[in-house]
Design a protein around this ligand. Structure first.
Ligand code: 3BY
Ligand code: FES
Ligand code: FE
Length: 412
């Protein structure tokens, strides 16, 4: 392993409450460190069970030079394998797809979807196929969200699993299908794309479409009626939650907000939508006419899940929108956004894909611009770490997670 001395030095310089030292955002070495060490030491969100809905389906998740195939086996199980043939190492698949077996394009070694080597021509007598199955990758299915870990000894995920699973179970993800998927390449470091997601300090000035339904409650901001003051009013937010509590309890889905407990990496929160909206759409109306939970299409709240270090998810009464992020270069990030609807919803009848995707497609483009502007300003000589506002406490939580896990991975 490379030594990453400059990274270790920058990590030591980091100050709580402040943005990272420059090198960690912009250098080639930080990109190498992130993709080869830091991001391999944690669980990463890859996709949903709907991305591999039927036996034979496969999906690729790629981090740096490592490619992972997520498959649905003929028994309906979900598995993950390194996308590298056990013969001479060729990349087995170059994209998502569907097939009964995985056949290597080089010499046609053939694998089952649960990773067993089924056929290999002209191998010596002593060759034992059982020893040449695909190399598995650790996988957790958390209520339909698939997480992968590339470490030899993955860190515990039990508490993340328990908290998320319990709350999203009401939206039965086994009954959903992928309706739309956008891959957006952002010209910014992945950590800036993540930081941007963890605050709504920028929302008022940049997100007209999102703010039609997303309320800035819960992002460290008081209620709008609090007036013009700049100061956070947690009391007003708490009072709003208390007011909703009885109704949510009656419906059986009340849960206290889970917010990165003891440095775990998840936040799960049911939050009210703005302006009486029932879905994250331009007009606040459902984008799909088939509800995805048992309480119809009139619910004016949504359930959101944020995980460190690379995902966020919003569950509305009619659809789920889910985001997975991976670095492609020091200044290049893939943001994959997927919109899921009920499997019985018919395109063009129950939903219009363009309408379903409209809010977050516009929001992602705006955020991409902001992250690019952020990266551009950090690159130059004038940058010094800046202080986060009180509305950016979740940005600080992301950054603290990054620093802590990076230090642990490097042993510094
Ligand atoms: O909704 C989100 O995922 C993020 C968090 C705060 C604002 N925002 C666009
Ligand atoms: Fe895959 Fe030879 S490298 S069959
Ligand atoms: Fe934004």
């Amino acid at each position: 392993m490379m030594h990453f001395d400059a990274i270790a030095e920058s990590l030591k310089q980091d100050k709580p409450g402040f943005t990272l030292p420059q090198k960690l955002y912009v250098s080639e070495e930080a990109y190498k460190f992130d993709t080869e060490v830091m991001l391999k030491s944690v669980w990463l969100y890859a996709c949903t069970i709907a991305h591999v809905k039927n036996p034979g389906d496969r999906f690729l998740f790629e981090l740096g030079d490592t490619s992972v195939i997520v498959t649905r086996t003929k028994d309906g199980e979900i598995k993950a394998f390194h996308n590298s043939c056990t013969h001479r190492g060729a990349k087995l698949c170059d994209g998502a797809g569907k097939s009964a077996r995985l056949v290597c394009p080089y010499h046609q070694w053939t694998f089952s979807l649960d990773g067993k080597l089924l056929a290999a021509r002209n191998m010596p007598e002593e060759f034992d196929k059982a020893e040449f199955g695909l190399r598995p990758v650790a996988l957790e299915n958390i209520g339909g969200l698939i997480f992968l870990c590339l470490a030899d000894n993955p860190p515990p995920i039990d508490r993340v699993k328990a908290d998320i699973e319990e709350q999203i179970a009401i939206y039965d993800m086994t009954k959903l299908k992928v309706a739309v998927q956008d891959d957006l390449i952002e010209p910014a470091n992945w950590k800036l794309v993540m930081e941007n997601n963890r605050e709504c300090y920028h929302c008022d000035a940049s997100h007209p479409e999102l703010l039609k339904s997303l309320s800035t409650y819960g992002f460290g901001k008081g209620l709008p009626e609090d007036g013009e003051g700049d100061v956070v009013d947690d009391a007003a937010f708490d009072a709003m939650l208390e007011a909703q509590r009885q109704r949510w309890e009656d419906l059986g889905f009340y849960h206290d907000i889970v917010e990165f407990p003891d440095n775990w990496w998840h936040r799960v929160a049911r939050l009210p939508l703005a302006n009486g909206a029932v879905s994250q759409t331009l007009d606040g109306k459902p984008a799909s006419q088939k509800p995805i939970w048992p309480h119809g299409l009139n619910e004016t709240t949504s359930l959101s899940v944020w995980t460190q270090p690379n995902s966020w998810h919003h569950f509305c009464c009619d659809h789920v929108v889910t985001f997975s992020l991976t670095p492609l270069g020091p200044e290049k990030t893939l943001l994959r956004t997927t919109w899921l609807v009920h499997e019985d919803a018919v395109e063009g009848v129950d939903y219009d894909p363009a309408n379903l995707a409209a809010v977050w497609r516009a929001t992602n483009a705006q955020d991409s611009h902001l992250s690019a502007v952020n990266h551009a300003g950090i690159k130059g000589d004038g940058y010094r770490p800046g202080m986060y506002s009180v509305e950016e406490k979740l940005v600080d939580a992301f950054k603290a997670f990054y620093v802590e896990r990076s230090r642990a991975a490097l042993g510094v």
